[in-house]
Design a protein around this ligand. Structure first.
Ligand code: SF4
Length: 434
């Protein structure tokens, strides 16, 4: 039944006269419940097909990676852990030597590896193991065949999406320089979604287009003062800063979630590249209509329902915009680990005033607010979902949002579906219990 659906040709509600850009933000610092940045390796290793991620950490880190990745048995895995033993805590020099031995061994054995990331962890940070120096030395040793870089995926004061940001930011200074006028898409998308985006840009006549991260080291990816870049993920603050340091210019836009976000994102790029409006409408008309129909269908279960976001993925603000404006939900609280207005300012403009905006987390206080608000749906991390479900609240795990293709027109219906499924499931359970 789609009787609540907005017909495809009717425009979205107008941008609110007053969005949330200037809404005071509740800033909280306290215990927070999040996954660490190592998690990003799970999607990054699929994206960069000639890269290897070597976590320099403990057995805990190895277990986290294994459980986040599910049980995946590869003949030639592309991530692994160099385990720091307790003895390493005392002998820093030995740890450095041991790490270099492990890397030399790995790179000698695996001719397919062209990029190696040394990924820092809580243990390597605690003992202050200098991974930057190790990466530099190893890079010099294996250049030009292999590029060795380092970043931190440590869980101290980070969120799980920061791992991708740190990884991409680490790649930017190593990119060759170019003066070419080009568009750079920034963010790791599943290949099928990335291809859809590239097809749309091509149909609009926009190019040349490069993508960070590229699928292979030798993709010709370069950056310079005539590069304009568009982010596809809202958690890439460090990468944004690194690209600006290379002279590239950011195209500020809402993120390509849902029909409206995708259209606004494409429109910002099209404006920059001088695409005329009639051509833009001709190219986007059919996929827009398809996306609206798909969202309307999945959103039937969401209309009029309330949603509460705990800070977790940094996708919270764009998702609140999508759920309120395209799916008819009401946002009660939108918590985000960080609110970077240079990145999400346009999203805040679209989000109607009303919800509490919270940055950071004091988990107990926020749980109290959530219990008092009794939202129909709570978006949160794995650690909070089970207790909240036990208290009768329907939850959605934020981490699924980065493991599922959700960007651009063709995935808009699936994105709404991710939120309607837990509500439908709960309705069924209630019916059965009745
Ligand atoms: Fe745990 Fe830190 Fe290792 Fe992440 S990096 S798995 S938080 S010890």
């Amino acid at each position: 039944m789609t009787h609540h659906a907005r017909p495809p040709d009717r425009p979205h509600p107008p941008a609110q006269a007053r969005g949330c850009r200037d809404t005071p933000i509740l800033k909280q610092r306290g215990q927070h419940e999040v996954f660490c940045g190592l998690t990003g390796i799970i999607w990054l290793h699929r994206k960069m097909q000639d890269a290897f991620f070597l976590v320099v950490g403990s057995r805990t880190c190895a277990h986290l990676l294994q459980s986040a990745a599910g049980v995946m048995i590869f003949a030639e895995p592309r991530f692994g852990t160099a385990i720091l033993e307790e003895g390493d805590l005392a002998g820093l020099k030995d740890a450095q030597d041991e790490l270099e031995r492990v890397v030399v061994d790995l790179l000698t054995r695996r001719a397919d590896i062209r990029q190696l990331f040394l990924v820092g962890s809580c243990p390597s940070e605690v003992i202050k193991l200098d991974l930057a120096r190790a990466a530099e030395r190893l890079s010099a040793k294996f250049a030009p065949k292999v590029r060795v870089l380092n970043y931190s995926g440590s869980g101290i004061e980070t969120t799980f999406t920061e791992g991708e940001d740190a990884c991409l930011a680490a790649m930017v200074p190593a990119l060759p320089e170019t003066d070419a006028r080009q568009l750079l898409l920034v963010g790791a998308l599943p290949d099928v979604v990335e291809d859809q985006a590239l097809d749309l840009l091509k149909a609009l006549g926009i190019g040349p287009v490069s993508v960070l991260p590229a699928r292979h080291l030798e993709s010709g990816l370069a950056v310079g003062p005539n590069t304009v870049f568009a982010l596809t993920q809202p958690f890439l603050g460090g990468t944004h800063a690194a690209l600006e340091r290379r002279g590239a210019r950011h195209l500020s836009a809402p993120f390509p979630f849902g029909e409206e976000g995708t259209t606004a994102w494409l429109q910002a790029v099209a404006r920059e590249f001088g695409v005329d409006q009639a051509h833009f409408d001709a190219v986007t008309g059919a996929p827009r209509a398809r996306a609206r129909r798909a969202v309307a269908k999945a959103a039937d279960a969401l209309r009029g329902k309330s949603v509460f976001f705990f800070p977790d993925s940094q996708l919270e603000i764009p998702l609140a915009r999508f759920l309120t404006r395209e799916c008819g939900m009401q946002a009660l609280e939108v918590g985000a680990p960080f609110i970077h207005k240079g990145l999400v300012g346009e999203e805040l403009d679209l989000l109607a005033e009303g919800p509490t905006l919270a940055e950071g987390q004091d988990v107990e206080l926020q749980l109290d607010r959530c219990r008092a608000a009794r939202p129909d749906l709570t978006v949160c991390g794995l650690g909070l979902a089970n207790p909240l479900e036990a208290e009768g609240l329907a939850t959605k795990w934020a981490i699924e949002l980065v493991f599922t293709p959700v960007h651009f027109y063709e995935q808009a219906g699936d994105l709404a579906g991710l939120f309607s499924r837990p509500l439908r499931r709960r309705n069924l359970l209630q019916l059965e219990a009745a």
